[in-house]
Design a protein around this ligand. Structure first.
Ligand SMILES: C[S@@+](CC[C@H](N)C(=O)[O-])C[C@H]1O[C@@H](n2cnc3c(N)ncnc32)[C@H](O)[C@@H]1O
Length: 550
């Protein structure tokens, strides 16, 4: 075990599959994922070009409408030549490379990095925007194109396969990503078709000149129908294959649609609403730290609105970089989904007999919930131990909890009973915010739905059971354990909790978690556990089970 100190790290750009849905607080981009309100139409699709406005006034780039997509010759010489050859910074394009406008170039680079390098869009895009000096509307447009294209990849690929007459898997990676970007603009934004086609053709020419004609033909085929018409033709019928239908029309893998449907009791109407919500740009919430500031006052200051449920939540209203807001800079608030606030606060709200002095967060990185729990602990004279196994994330916890009564331990949470800093039966409240698939935060991680696989589940659920077992050993008799995931998959929620409790050999009973959430909160089900939902509560799909040790 090590106690963490020293310089805070920076985990931007590091792939990490640990289910870190709250990473946004540590490094969200200026554009964030806030390109606009979003059209709640069929396959979702973010902001449908609002950021684009009338940016694109080019012609069809010399493209010859009406030819089939299966042509392939390079027939669109001239590309976007009618437009200014200078990019938006006024620089002339590099010799030999056709001009591609900067927001689309930035979006392409981010999408390529996600697919080629396994990067995370929310981590890689801010650097690309910075390098290309994109701000304001241009940054918002690039963000929308990146996130929208990645989210809707499944639907776009089905349409592109049909338009190209071959499986997208057989198209080379660079033109394939460019085509996805072009098809997204054509089908899910208000970018004029001529601009979507010409800019994409320019992009393909710069990446793979030999594929220019093919790309031009495919895009003109895609542009021949709107998204609904394509999906009516391509999606399996709802009557014979409802899961396949929803997966295709709302761009989710089938296994995830099935998992959501199961968690929602087989209600396909609700499942549909969830899928639509998952394709929207997520809201950004602040958690105003109790004892340091008041949410209503902070909401006024940042031009936001107080949250509907969490007394600490502020809903941000516009674009910009939340990390640069004064209350975040000076430690009065941090960026955190309201659902995460609610489950952390619920643990602190559970009644206890006896002492209430030692709290433990067994999976703390990057520190969102430790920040809130630490602030609550400070108000009550309690102390929090925050455990994190990944060193750079332990440093982030240190950074997030500075000035609070929090000790950060860089160690494995399963060492309870073996590590002198993690004795058995020593803590009054314990949080296990377990590593999970993150299926409850798909809005924030546009690529994650395509990366996650059912085969991820066995290792994760084993870790979840072991960590919850360790938490049950760490809590004193009469103390409470909160088990949280940002996945609603029943294997990670109900199955993990019941199995861990059964195998631990520690006597424990479920506490009804519903009264631990704000009074009057709708849609909390029959208890004793709680499942929050984006489409019901506007939060990530957080699961909470509370157990009391006998
Ligand atoms: C879902 S995230 C926690 C998010 C965090 N509670 C917050 O609100 O910011 C799960 C964390 O558990 C950490 N983790 C994974 N295995 C662990 C272990 N065996 N012991 C301690 N931490 C672990 C991961 O590195 C990751 O940071």
């Amino acid at each position: 075990m090590q106690t963490v100190g020293g310089n805070p790290g920076d985990d931007r750009g590091r792939p990490d599959r640990s289910g870190d849905r709250d990473r946004g607080w540590a490094g969200r981009s200026g554009g964030g994922d806030r390109a606009g309100g979003g059209d709640r139409g069929r396959a979702g699709g973010g902001d449908r070009g609002r950021a684009a406005g009338d940016r694109d006034r080019g012609g069809w780039a010399g493209a010859d409408r009406g030819r089939g997509a299966r042509g392939g010759a390079d027939r669109d010489r001239g590309g976007n030549r009618g437009r200014d050859d200078r990019d938006r910074t006024g620089r002339a394009p590099r010799p030999g490379r056709p001009a591609v406008d900067l927001p689309r170039q930035a979006a392409y680079e981010a999408i390529e990095a996600v697919h080629r390098d396994d990067a995370y869009a929310n981590l890689v895009l801010p650097g690309i925007l910075r390098d290309r000096r994109l701000h304001g509307r241009d940054a918002a447009f690039a963000t929308e194109l990146t996130y929208g294209t990645l989210r809707l990849r499944g639907t776009l690929d089905a349409i592109l396969s049909a338009a190209a007459g071959r499986d997208v898997a057989r198209i080379d990676p660079q033109p394939r990503d460019a085509l996805r970007l072009g098809a997204y603009q054509l089908l899910y934004t208000r970018v004029p078709a001529h601009a979507a086609v010409s800019s994409t053709v320019d992009l393909v020419r710069s990446l793979a000149p030999g594929a220019t004609g093919f790309a031009n033909a495919v895009l003109r085929e895609v542009a021949g129908k709107d998204a609904d018409t394509w999906l009516t033709e391509l999606a399996p019928s709802f009557e014979t294959d409802p899961i396949g239908h929803l997966a295709c029309t709302h761009s989710h893998p089938e296994w995830i649609v099935r998992a959501f449907s199961e968690a929602l009791g087989g209600d396909l109407g609700e499942t549909t609403r969830l899928l639509i919500e998952n394709n929207q740009p997520p809201p950004v919430h602040l958690c105003v730290r109790p004892g340091r500031a008041d949410a209503v006052k902070v909401a006024d200051q940042v031009d936001g609105a107080p949250g509907a449920f969490s007394p600490y939540a502020v809903y941000l209203s516009g674009g910009g970089a939340p990390g640069e807001l004064a209350p975040v800079q000076d430690g009065r608030a941090h960026v955190q989904d309201e659902g995460s606030q609610l489950v952390a606060a619920a643990l602190a709200a559970a009644e206890l007999d006896g002492p209430d002095e030692r709290w433990l967060d067994l999976c703390a990185g990057p520190g969102g919930k430790s920040g809130l729990l630490g602030a609550l602990a400070a108000m009550r004279g309690a102390k929090l131990t925050a455990v994190e196994v990944a060193e750079h994330r332990a440093r982030l916890v240190e950074q997030a909890t500075r000035g609070l009564p929090v000790t950060v331990l860089h160690t494995d949470g399963r060492t309870v009973g073996r590590d002198p800093d993690l004795p058995e039966q020593a803590f009054d409240r314990v949080l296990v915010d377990a590593p999970c698939t993150g299926l409850g935060a798909l809005r924030r991680r546009p690529e994650s739905r395509w990366r996650r696989q059912p085969s991820d589940l066995p290792a994760l659920t084993r870790l979840q059971r072991e960590l919850l077992g360790a938490a049950l050993r760490a809590v004193r008799p009469g103390g409470v354990v909160g088990y949280v995931t940002c996945s609603p998959h029943v294997v990670e929620t109900h199955v993990s909790v019941t199995e861990a409790a059964r195998r631990s050999g520690v006597p424990a009973d479920f506490v009804d978690a519903r009264p631990l959430l704000p009074a009057g909160m709708p849609g909390l089900g029959d208890g004793p556990t709680v499942q929050l939902w984006p489409h019901r509560h506007g939060t990530d799909a957080m699961f909470l089970a509370v157990l009391r040790r006998g």
